[in-house]
Every structure is written in structure tokens, then in C-alpha cells.
Design a protein around this ligand. Structure first.
Ligand code: NAD
Length: 403
């Protein structure tokens, strides 16, 4: 009996990778979601494992940050990069930017955390991978990466933004993303609570990383809001305590309870899928408006759940477009970032307020969710551009025929 069980176990182990592979038919997923290309890379010398997904380059080159994370499997990493790249297409389309949607993930193994020279070498190798796509993909920071990593990537490619300011780049776009969230929150507070100021508004910030910490700071210092915050990393909690501990309008709670806080705005600024059928019924807020990408575990289902509960949802890729607007300005600055670019990026990012107002008006008129309204605006712009691309191709073909 013991050996029979052992044999069965061995068979299961042998089949497991093949079955796991079969479970996620990524080519079918790409076809269903309209992805153009997925490129994978393994660097023999450094052990770098990375994936780049290009979702839609109709409006311009695919832009999106590089995320580094320890994934449970390559299938999980692949699904993450596919979902994130699609979000970037809609983000650029709604923000009116001439950019396409793309994203990259690096599959961390922990070695790069222990060895900074190895980390640098992996990012240089990643730069060569980005270069191999010939400018169809432009990278930037995302969760786990920094301007210093971008500087390493730049040794292998020109197609990177967000390198440190001292090297002529625009630095970390996170404060701009946070500023865009503040502008968006103003629009939603006006709509849902009929208030034109954020003074005294209670905001629960989930995740105090690059964006969340800056968001907490801007809300406390510039807006007079009340901030309740949480992070899973003790050292980050400690940093927040040092920075804002003296502030009466600031408090910290456990990460398990942050979404349950009684507040005006719940701001997810950690990882994706924190809004789902378990957490949505536990929310005690009027508005969900934060920086995290892919906040809804299942977009249509969870947008409907939020609407049923009368919670106004800012649509992640609309309210968190500040980082992408920053990146666009960096592309225009071409390595000579100045105060003029800084001011311009702030003005452009402040338009997230008007974009959200327009989106909410459309949702109201058509009796659809903000999520559906955002999708409609993005798809109309993409359809218009695709028509334009086809027309341009036709007139070029006619001109060639005439020549
Ligand atoms: P980050 O890694 O610096 O911060 C994320 C923080 O969330 C970390 O401090 C982490 O410890 C914390 N965290 C993780 N799980 C948590 C949980 N369950 N509860 C509480 N805290 C948790 O990343 P970031 O650059 O600040 O980005 C945050 C989110 O915003 C991501 O989803 C990112 O994709 C999105 N985003 C970032 C930018 C940008 O400019 N950085 C732009 C657009 C979107």
C-alpha cells in the first residue's frame, strides 16, 4: 500500500509541470484580450528571468513599468504581466496620451536581494532584453524597482525613463502618481459627498510604498485630510510613524483591517486584486480611489458589487495615470529634465480631476458603472485610431499604386 501510494505520488509529480502549463492557455488569453506579443527572456550569465507583454501599440510605443517580485510560478508572473499590460493600454487611451500599453515583470529568486552586484547585472541584462524589442517597448519603475535600477537598464538601452535626476532623468514618478490620486479624490469627493475640499475627509491608505507614503504626506500636509494607514512591512510602518507620528490626523492600523475602516475614501496603494467578493462587503467607505493597478480581482463582477453597495469607484487606471503622464514628459525632455518639465507634469496630471468628472457624467447619463464608462472612452479612442491607421495604410497603398 505504502509503495502504491508512493508510485501514485511519483506519477503526479512527473505530470505536474505539464498539467500546470496546460491550465493556463496564454495564447488563447492573448487572443481574447487582444495582446500583440509576449517576449520571454533568460540570461545565462546572471540568471535573469523576465517577461515583457505588449498589449496594444495602436496609439504609440508600449510603455509600462518593470515589476520585480517573487512569483509562485511562471504562469502567475505571465498572468500578472498580461493583465498589467492591458491596463496600460486603457490608461494611456483615457489620459489622451500617444502611447500604447505594455508591462514587464522580473521573476525574483531572492538572490538579487542578497547581492547588489548581481541585481545591477540582472538589470543591465534586462536593458539588453528591452533593446531587443527595438523601441516598441519603453520601460520605467514599478513595484520593487527604483531610479537606480533604471540607471542600470539604461546601460543596455535608450528605451527607459525615470532614471535618477542627477543623470538627467525625471526620477521616481511615484509622487506624481500620488498627486494625480489627490486630484482624482477631489473629483469623487465632490460627486459623492458634495464637498469641494478634502479638509477633514477620512482616507484609509492601504500600502505605504513609493506612492502610498507620498499620498499620505500630500493628504496630511496639503489637503488637511485625516489619514489612516497600513503596510505589511514593519520597517515601512516605522518610517511612517517617524514621519507623521506627531500629526494628530494620522493613525496606523493593522494591514488586515485597513479596508474595514470607517472612512470617506479607501485608497488601495499596495498590490492588485484587494477588492473582491470577500473584501467589498467589508468596506465602510463611500469612495474607492487609489493608485494600485488591477484593484478589482474580477473587473466586471467587482465593479458591479461596488455599484450595488453605492460605493463610487475611481477606476484604477484613470486615477493612477499621473506616473504615465510623468513618463510621457520624460520622453519629451530627452534626458534634460528641468523645472519646466516639473511644472508641466503637475499641470497635466491635475487634469485627472476633469477626466474623472467627464467619466462620472458619462456613467450617470448612460446608467453604467464608472468602470464601464472608462472602458467605453478608451475603446472609442482606440477604435478611432485604428480607423486612422487603416486609412493611412490605404492611402499609402493607393499612393504606391499610383507611383
Ligand atoms: P511599492 O512596492 O513601493 O509599495 C507597495 C507597498 O504596499 C509596499 O510598501 C508593501 O509593503 C505594501 N503592501 C503589500 N501588500 C500589502 C497589504 N496587503 N496591505 C498593506 N500594505 C501592503 O509600490 P508603489 O510604486 O508604491 O506602487 C503601489 C501600487 O500602485 C502598485 O499596484 C503599482 O502598480 C501602482 N502604481 C504605481 C505607480 C508609480 O508611479 N509608482 C504608478 C501607477 C500605479
Amino acid at each position: 500500500m505504502g509503495s502504491a501510494t508512493g508510485q501514485r505520488r511519483r506519477v503526479v509529480r512527473k505530470d505536474a509541470p505539464a498539467r500546470a502549463f496546460e491550465q493556463f492557455d496564454y495564447v488563447e488569453y492573448m487572443a481574447q484580450h487582444g495582446h500583440e506579443e509576449v517576449a520571454t527572456y533568460f540570461d545565462r550569465e546572471t540568471g535573469l528571468r523576465a517577461i515583457i507583454a505588449l498589449h496594444d501599440t495602436t496609439l504609440g510605443p508600449g510603455v509600462g513599468g518593470t515589476r520585480i517580485r517573487r512569483y509562485a510560478s511562471s504562469a502567475e508572473a505571465l498572468l500578472d504581466v498580461l493583465r498589467l499590460s492591458e491596463g496600460m493600454t486603457y490608461k494611456a487611451a483615457v489620459a489622451g496620451l500617444p502611447l500604447g500599453g505594455a508591462k514587464a515583470v522580473i521573476l525574483a529568486d531572492g538572490e538579487e536581494e542578497r547581492d547588489s552586484a548581481l541585481r545591477a547585472a540582472r538589470f543591465r541584462a534586462f536593458g539588453r532584453f528591452v533593446e531587443s524589442l527595438g523601441g516598441r517597448y519603453i520601460t520605467a519603475e514599478d513595484v520593487g524597482t527604483s531610479p537606480q535600477d533604471m540607471a542600470q537598464i539604461r546601460q543596455g538601452t535608450r528605451h527607459v525613463v525615470g532614471v535618477p535626476r542627477e543623470d538627467g532623468g525625471s526620477g521616481d514618478p511615484s509622487p506624481t502618481t500620488a498627486y494625480g490620486v489627490v486630484c482624482g479624490v477631489r473629483a469623487l469627493v465632490e460627486e459623492a459627498l458634495g464637498r469641494s475640499s478634502l479638509a477633514g475627509a477620512r482616507v484609509a491608505v492601504q500600502g505605504l510604498g513609493h506612492v502610498g507614503m507620498s499620498l499620505a504626506e500630500q493628504l496630511l500636509r496639503d489637503e488637511g485630510a485625516v489619514v489612516i494607514a497600513a503596510d505589511v512591512r514593519p520597517e515601512i510602518v516605522e518610517e511612517a510613524r517617524t514621519r507623521f507620528g506627531g500629526e494628530a490626523r494620522f493613525s496606523l492600523v493593522s494591514p488586515d483591517e485597513i479596508h474595514m475602516q470607517e472612512c470617506d475614501v479607501f485608497a488601495p496603494c499596495a498590490l492588485g486584486a484587494t477588492l473582491n467578493p470577500i473584501t467589498i462587503p467589508q468596506l465602510r467607505c463611500r469612495i474607492v480611489a487609489g493608485a494600485a493597478n488591477n484593484q478589482l480581482a474580477d473587473e466586471d463582477r467587482d465593479a458591479a458589487l461596488l455599484q450595488e453597495r453605492g460605493i463610487l469607484y475611481a477606476v484604477d487606471y484613470v486615477i493612477n495615470a499621473g506616473g504615465l503622464i510623468h513618463v510621457m514628459q520624460d520622453l519629451q525632455a530627452r534626458g534634460a529634465w528641468s523645472e519646466i518639465d516639473e511644472a508641466e507634469v503637475k499641470t497635466r496630471t491635475s487634469h485627472i480631476y476633469e477626466t474623472l468628472k467627464r467619466l462620472l457624467a458619462l456613467a450617470h447619463e448612460e446608467a453604467i458603472s464608472p468602470h464601464a464608462a472608462a472602458r467605453r472612452i478608451a475603446e472609442e479612442r482606440l477604435r478611432g485610431a485604428r480607423g486612422g491607421v487603416r486609412k493611412n495604410k490605404r492611402s499609402a497603398a493607393n499612393a504606391n499604386a499610383r507611383a
